[in-house]
Design a protein. Sequence first.
Length: 149
Amino acid sequence: MLAVLQRVKYSNVKIENEIRGKCENGLMILLGVVDGDTKDDADKLLKKVPSLRIFEDENGKMNLSCLDVDGEMLVISQFTLAADCKHGRRPSFTNAAAPAEAIPLYEYFVDGLKSAGVKSVETGEFGADMLVELVNDGPVTIILNSKEL
């Protein structure tokens, strides 16, 4: 599984011009499920994401987690994270998991964040055409690969 975490002041996702999910002072997460991923991959990310210390303390040091700052999260499914750009100029997405595999893992990840105690976890809609808006704080952007954790 691949995750792009962006520390945000605000983020939302719109589908057909309607806000379907949002978060403030937290993380906007783009989540890509790769072919062959399992719950073990999701668990590795779930162990890391809520407790990753990328929020500033009173001294301006990144010492606090999203849980520590009572932050919110917005999770967006993003199959294009699995793009293979090795050949030619048109990316291949054959590495992305099929929806039948990806949707349950995406939902498992979202439920796991809620179980971890994240104040609010909202989502877009898997497979929908979405517009994502965010105000990146820092900017702080972290890329995680479950295979490397």
